[in-house]
Ligand binder design. Structure first.
Ligand code: NAP
Length: 250
């Protein structure tokens, strides 16, 4: 039995990943930022699958909260599982912020840095002693690091940095047997970015038209892929950026 820690597991791709891991027989610690009820609903769904799950609050953009979170996680692992480590860390939590380069404010930029880059770096650092040797880390990036859409410059720059960070993590953690990869989804129908990809018919149709498999992605296209990447089937895959976009903009 494995324990997978997933940030931003209350909705969207993190929720789907949590359920996919549970369907494969794994237990889950998921975090949420503001939506405690949604997170508890995911916990209940995982328990209904016969697996254990716990939801913990965490703002991944606030490094000052990481020591307290780490202690809470340590206590939870001990109380619920009698363990002092997790097997997998999935750095998924994040928000979209649409603005042209000309209109991006310093506050928007700083929040994107905090959540998408600084948070991923320092949360992973804080959790290094709590990730089991032989474990896995998956960092979420985006198709937007390969192709460019006006309005996503600052967001995509952070994701590009995470892809570089992934390779360095793979190098430094390799001696502990820890594999580290980036999953880069294409446009997926979730609440992300105000739900535009899902709710705006013009955007949805446009993306479907430039996607080899002929439609926009859904959460079920991503979670099972991440769960499979975490399985022993993929134990020799490390330092890779794996795009999961149905062939968007190829
Ligand atoms: N959907 C797409 O088209 C797409 C494409 C490429 C990459 N991605 C990436 O995939 C990841 C998940 O996106 P999604 O589509 O699942 O988004 P989503 O449906 O909006 O869900 C976002 C999740 O992240 C959590 N979260 C957001 N900001 C947070 C913060 N500061 N601290 C802690 N948790 C935070 C939310 O928690 P609460 O529920 O508590 O607010 C929620 O669980 C993100 O990294 C995103 O950049 C998404």
């Amino acid at each position: 039995m494995t324990i997978t820690l997933i940030t931003g597991g209350s909705r969207g791709l993190g929720r789907n990943t949590a359920l996919s891991v549970a369907r494969r027989g794994g237990d889950v610690v998921l975090t949420y930022n503001s939506r405690a009820e949604d997170a508890q609903a995911v916990v209940a769904e995982i328990e209904a699958l016969g697996r254990k799950a716990v939801a913990l609050q965490l703002d991944t953009g606030k490094v000052s909260g990481f020591p307290a979170f780490t202690e809470k996680l340590r206590a939870t692992l001990s109380d619920v599982w009698g363990r002092d480590t997790v097997d997998h860390l999935v750095n998924n939590a994040g928000h979209g912020d649409y603005a042209s380069i000309a209109e991006t404010t310093e506050a928007q930029f700083d929040r994107l840095v905090d959540v998408h880059l600084k948070g991923v770096f320092f949360l992973t650092q804080a959790l290094l002693p709590l990730i089991a040797d032989g474990g896995r880390i998956v960092n979420f990036s985006s198709g937007l690091t390969r192709f460019a859409y006006p309005g996503y410059a600052a967001y995509s720059a952070m994701k590009g940095a995470v892809e570089v960070l992934t390779r360095y993590l793979a190098k430094e953690l390799g001696p502990r047997g820890i594999a580290v990869n980036t999953v880069a989804p294409g446009a997926i129908e979730t609440d992300f970015g105000g739900g535009a990809v899902r709710d705006n018919p013009e955007i949805n149709k446009h993306i479907a038209g430039i996607t080899a498999l002929g439609r926009v992605g859904v959460a079920d296209d991503i979670g099972p892929m991440v769960a499979s990447l975490l399985s022993p089937d993929n134990r020799w895959v490390t330092a890779q950026r794996i795009e999961v976009s149905g062939g968007q903009a190829i």
